[in-house]
Design a binder for this molecule. Structure first.
Ligand SMILES: Cc1ncc(COP(=O)(O)O)c(C=O)c1O
Length: 434
């Protein structure tokens, strides 16, 4: 197989670095292990094209929003219609009313919704609401789960070594960036995920101080790691028993795992759920949905661009498409086909791995372990080095995967032929990572 030449990307990265901090718009756009990121010229459907004219079958999906693939014709035509009317008014529009109604229909926990522009902001709003509603201060979050980049959120989220995370019953709160105020996380309690006994113990001691438990119901930002059977149900029951709110961060899982998010898929309804990414299929629209009494407890939603008309137009069209009966049927079929192919390759080349399929998400974790249940397992047993090597090889041969994390995003545009082609390329690459 011939390797791609990406000299154009290299040159542009050198040029960009002169003007743009780090040469990228977000630290997530370049892995610390890669010399330079691929510079994208355009995308269509399941494909991306770089400035050197190379074509990639894409599984990054713009860090998850692009559930409908790139440059979707229906989204584009909705945007053209909106463009004629204007892009931003900082006012209510009939389209905003329509979207809000649609969201309350399709999201099980949403009696009311409220808008922001990013997952970070929407999570900040949800945490504030929980504190206002309960009159309590502490927020429980889980190791390895990312909810945004603010001082209070970016705690114990990533990387690191197992030696740094502290005892299981007393985890360290790990700050992740210079300039972050440690005191900002004073009211954040960090615990391991997927273990009911940890929450039970914590609630027995401290429930009267805890406003909310915040979790990705399916851990996607690291891992990915599904919830263990019964875990979500048990946490739901405990939060109700102890008067603590349950917030699901569905920024990745929302619309990707199923129309009503992970909480619909797993049948466990939180008090508040946070959505972004695929909600607007490529535009910065985020929202929270939740119980009416909580949503109405007096916290205003601020933000110039909240309910931006362009993002709203895209979101209405995206949700109309998601609602079609064939959408998730096809996504599930394609993802299962892909995951089965990955497992076959693992067996063929004796490369141990875990892979599962849920809606538009396929997981790929190289590991000898039978199961990975939380961030500590992931740090200890996931072979991230092998994944990084595999990712580098994929990139050189026309397949784009997410950096470090085995989160493969399938879109409605991926066909069985795309997956066959991907697996045929990977068939050759697996031999190189044995
Ligand atoms: C689970 C989760 N929550 C929140 C966020 C933050 O969203 P945003 O990047 O839109 O601020 C992310 C981003 O990747 C995420 O994965």
């Amino acid at each position: 197989m011939k390797e791609y030449s990406t000299e154009g990307s290299r040159k542009l990265f050198e040029e960009t670095k002169k003007y743009l901090l780090g040469g990228v718009a977000s630290s997530f756009h370049k892995s610390p292990t890669e010399e330079y990121p691929i510079c994208i010229s355009h995308g269509k459907g399941s494909r991306l094209y770089d400035v050197d004219g190379n074509e990639y079958i894409d599984y990054v999906a713009g860090l998850c929003p692009m559930l409908l693939g790139y440059a979707d014709d229906e989204i584009n035509s909705a945007l053209r219609e909106q463009l004629k009317k204007g892009t931003h008014f900082a006012a209510t529009t009939p389209e905003l009313v329509r979207l809000s109604k649609l969201l309350c229909e399709v999201i099980p926990c949403a009696e009311l919704v409220s808008y922001q522009n990013s997952g970070t902001e929407a999570n900040m709003f949800a945490w504030r609401l929980a504190r206002a509603y309960t009159g309590k201060k502490k927020i429980v979050k889980f190791e390895g789960q990312y909810h945004g980049w603010s001082d209070e959120q970016k705690v114990s989220i990533d990387g690191g070594r197992i030696e740094d995370v502290g005892d299981r019953d007393k985890p360290e709160r790990i700050m992740t960036t210079p300039g972050q105020r440690k005191a900002a996380a004073d009211d954040v309690i960090v615990i391991p995920w997927n273990d009911v006994s940890v929450i039970e113990e914590l609630f027995r001691k401290q429930a009267d101080e805890i406003a909310a438990v915040v979790m990705e119901p399916f851990m996607c930002d690291n891992g990915p790691i599904p919830p263990l059977g019964g875990y979500l149900e048990s946490v739901r029951a405990l939060t109700e028993e102890y008067g603590v709110l349950l917030i699901f961060d569905e920024v990745i899982t929302g619309f990707r795992l199923s129309l009503g998010g992970a909480h619909e898929l797993f049948g466990v309804t939180p008090d508040i759920a946070v959505f972004a990414k695929a909600a607007s299929a490529g535009f910065p629209l985020a929202f929270i949905g939740g119980r009416r009494d909580i949503m109405q407890c007096g916290v205003p939603a601020s933000g110039t661009f909240n309910g931006h008309a362009f993002a709203v137009a895209a979101a209405i069209k995206a949700i109309e498409i998601y609602k079609r009966p064939e959408t998730y049927k096809n996504l599930n079929e394609i993802s299962e086909y892909f995951s089965a192919g990955l497992k076959e390759l693992g067996k063929k080349y004796n490369v141990p791995l875990i892979s599962e399929a849920y809606g538009g998400l396929v997981t790929l974790t190289f590991t000898k372990a039978d199961r990975i249940a939380d961030f500590r397992d992931w740090l200890m047993y996931a072979d991230v080095g092998r994944y990084n090597r595999f990712n580098e090889l994929c990139k050189k041969h026309g397949i784009r995967l997410t950096n470090k994390k085995g989160r493969l995003c399938v879109s409605t545009k991926h066909t069985k032929e795309d997956i066959d082609r991907t697996l045929a390329i990977m068939d050759q690459l697996f031999g190189m990572i044995q």
